[in-house]
Design a protein. Structure first.
Lengths: 366, 395
């Protein structure tokens, strides 16, 4: 039976992550990344990995991790979304970890579990399961090709899908290796920065080839879509809470703004959608945790629904904060930027609706 | 708290089945025996159809009895009675009233209706103008009520009436049980935009109501009515549906059956509704899990808003999807439907009937205000009517 609630373990983990973020992350830290993105501070990620073990949540026990604890990972993502935390949890501890787990890697997973290394699946952030393309090819001199818009690629090992005429292969590449160039991109969302990655004759060996490699990437991108919904949920909640607080505190026309019905009703509508987002995000996490047959549907539903709600929450927050929401000083813009980038990450809502139509047999027009 | 275990409850159900085998007992006799055994609604007190047990255990009892061949209990036969009158009588009624009303209500022998809304008191229910004037041990009630479903079948009504016009609006109300067969009660069908007459107008002309039919103290009617309406919002949440059930299932069925109707634009809109329907369904599932585990959340308040938005979008899309066929209507005659099925009949009916989903049981506008104030904690809008004697409020 699907469990859409939070159990005691999950609630305790939430409290720990929240307390750590309260202590070690300020909005000013995130704003600084827009003016001086590199090198990125690693202390917060080190603390989350070392003290709370979040990097090991999805690593199998055989590789030194906690097993596939997708429900707990989802709770971590809710908290990271609430703070738009600039850490590679989703990209490394979820997507790359799922990919390496699917191919049974034992070389990198133990290091990812312990937080000594991070990894990035070398596909665009906007790639999604079953329609992504491998653009890197093996030439005589080594790997050749370019992948644009990869998230959190500037540090850590790159897991590179490589295409030959008849198959897909996965290679692990050190970003410092000869012939690899990782060019940081000024990104809409600098809390999860993109980079263009180019390979010009890079020596490497496949860690897996063929159908298994293909499936591993699909599985990783499905997990990314499914769990991103929890980040979007946390983000949307922060936007709603912040807007409610502002409307309670700010007086105009001799009344608190929150007493005006036109504003109240907008926030009530937003709460309706955020409440549904929670059910959808919990369902996706539970499907992933139980390896359900419905995981593909749950993941596409999660992105088709929660992505849109998060963007709306961030846009409502900016609008209802008035002029304050347009300033650099107020953190609301950090949430808008993350929400909009998240809407495209792992496939837009429209792409996921198309995918859902195939999965649940609602045939397209001929 | 009762010390009965689930095993003991099971024995009780087995004893009922042994004494009244469903195959050789009439359904009505079985229901009566079931009520007397405390297996009607186990969370009610002993002697009133229950055993003072957790509400969730009723699901087990229902399953045991049905597995042994008992007919499933027909909740839809007396929805106002079960969903609104019974919990109100249980909470505010005297022991005499509870004994008098609850058993025939549960057995479906006495159907109930609700006399709350008036032409001048809809969203602003506390503006009720129907007057009840005391005359010894009897009250004399005069006024007009509207949107009363089942009034044509009902033996009794729950009634909200004004007993003190000099008090502020919320303080001058009293809550009664009204005998619908009493002299002066006139029930007239109220035809609605679908053509049918699902509801009634009820005219009350000097109707006698015994003081023994009063629920709660004189002047306490608003508090009693609020308890009733909270039950209404919980009961409107509805039964769990499978994926693709309800109205989305109807429209997707048409889509699958008629490839010639498909366009890319309609396909994306249909999938947007599919996503909204599935999100709504999971929200309902989560609500039930929360209620079962005793963790309240905002889902109860948000479900109805989401439902109205969904059915209205879907039923509008359905007509566009069907094209010319969507413009044919099945029946404009003033029928009196026994059971209202929002998904029944044709697409035109579904489209028109769905308009009521954002009005009945609290308009979407009122619900948004309730959510904003009670869930989000936003301040109330300034009001001029709250502390003014009712007779001086402009109307």
């Amino acid at each position: 039976m699907t469990d859409l609630l939070y159990n005691d373990t999950e609630i305790a983990l939430r409290d720990s992550v929240r307390a750590m973020l309260d202590k070690r992350l300020t909005a000013a830290d995130i704003m600084a990344l827009y003016d001086a993105p590199y090198p990125r501070p690693a202390q917060l990620w080190a603390a989350l990995s070392d003290e709370l073990g979040v990097s090991a949540l999805l690593v199998p026990e055989s590789a030194g991790g906690h097993g596939t604890r997708a429900r707990e990972a989802a709770v971590v993502l809710e908290e990271l979304g609430r703070r738009v935390a600039p850490v590679p949890f989703l990209t490394s501890a979820v997507v790359a970890t799922r990919c390496l787990t699917a191919v049974g890697d034992m070389a990198w997973l133990p290091r990812l579990a312990g937080g000594e290394a991070t990894a990035a699946l070398c596909v665009p952030l906007v790639a999604y399961a079953s329609t992504w393309n491998a653009t890197v090819r093996p030439e005589r001199a080594g790997l050749v090709g370019e992948v644009r818009g990869v998230a959190d690629a500037a540090t850590g090992v790159l897991i590179v899908p490589v295409r030959t005429d008849d198959a897909v292969h996965l290679h692990a590449v050190d970003p410092g290796a000869d012939g690899v160039s990782v060019t940081p991109v000024l990104s809409l969302d600098m809390s999860r920065p993109l980079a263009d990655v180019a390979f010009d004759g890079v020596q490497s060996r496949p860690i897996r080839s063929g159908v298994e490699a293909q499936r591993a990437v699909d599985d990783a991108l499905t997990a990314g879509a499914a769990l991103l919904a929890s980040e979007q949920l946390g983000l949307a909640e922060w936007c709603l809470d912040t807007t409610v607080k502002h409307l309670r505190d700010r007086y105009q026309f001799g009344r608190p703004l929150g007493s005006f019905q036109a504003l109240k009703h907008r926030l009530a509508d937003l709460l309706v959608d955020i409440t549904a987002s929670r059910a959808v995000a919990r369902y996706a996490a539970d499907c992933l945790a139980t390896n359900s047959d419905d995981t593909a549907v749950a993941a596409s539903l999660a992105q088709a629904y929660c992505a849109t709600v998060a963007v709306r929450a961030a846009e409502e927050c900016i609008q209802l904060l008035g002029g304050i929401g347009m300033t650099w000083e107020h953190p609301a813009h950090l949430y808008l930027k993350r929400a909009k980038a998240d809407q495209l990450a792992f496939g837009t809502p429209a792409l996921h609706r198309t995918r859902l139509a195939e999965l649940v047999d609602v045939p397209a027009a001929c | 708290m009762s010390t009965t275990t689930k095993e003991e409850l099971r024995h009780r159900a087995d004893a009922l089945l042994a004494a009244h085998p469903p195959h050789s007992t009439t359904p009505q006799e079985f229901l009566a025996a079931r009520f007397d055994a405390g297996l009607a609604w186990v969370h009610y007190p002993a002697g009133l159809g229950g055993l003072g047990l957790p509400r969730a255990w009723q699901t087990d009892v229902d399953a045991w009895l049905e597995a042994a061949g008992a007919a499933p209990y027909q909740r839809r036969r007396n929805p106002i009675g079960l969903g609104m009158a019974a919990p109100t009588i249980l909470r505010f009624g005297t022991p005499d009233q509870q004994r008098r009303f609850l058993r025939p209500l549960w057995l479906g022998e006495e159907i109930w209706c609700q006399l709350f809304s008036e032409p001048g008191a809809g969203s602003d229910l506390a503006a009720v103008a129907t007057r009840a004037v005391r005359d010894g041990d009897t009250w004399r009630v005069t006024g007009q009520k509207v949107w009363t479903s089942n009034a044509q079948h009902a033996q009794f009504a729950i009634l909200l009436a004004r007993t003190d016009p000099d008090a502020p609006k919320h303080q001058g109300l009293t809550y009664f049980v009204c005998d619908m067969r009493a002299p002066g009660v006139d029930v007239r069908p109220l035809r609605q935009l679908t053509g049918e007459a699902e509801f009634n107008e009820v005219f009350l002309d000097d109707v006698p109501v015994p003081d023994g039919y009063r629920l709660g103290a004189v002047g306490e009617g608003w508090r009693v009515a609020m308890a009733t309406l909270n039950n209404e919002r919980v009961s409107i949440g509805g039964d769990p549906l499978p994926r693709g059930g309800g109205m989305i299932g109807v429209v997707v069925g048409e889509w699958r059956a008629r490839p010639e109707l498909r366009t890319a634009e309609l396909h994306d809109r249909l999938m947007q509704s599919w996503v909204a329907a599935e999100a709504h369904r999971l929200t309902g599932l989560r609500l039930r899990q929360q209620l079962a585990s005793g963790q309240p959340g905002p889902e109860g308040a948000t479900m109805k808003l989401g439902f109205a938005r969904l059915t209205q979008a879907l039923s509008g899309l359905e007509i566009e999807l069907l094209g010319s066929d969507g413009l044919r209507y099945d029946d404009w005659s003033p029928q009196r439907p026994e059971v209202v099925d929002f998904n029944g009949r044709g697409p035109g009916y579904r489209y028109l009937r769905a308009k009521g989903n954002s009005i009945e049981g609290g308009t979407s506008e009122i619900l948004r205000t309730v959510i904003a104030e009670r869930v989000l904690g936003l301040p109330a809008e300034p009001r001029t009517d709250k502390n003014t004697p009712w007779k001086d409020v402009p109307r």
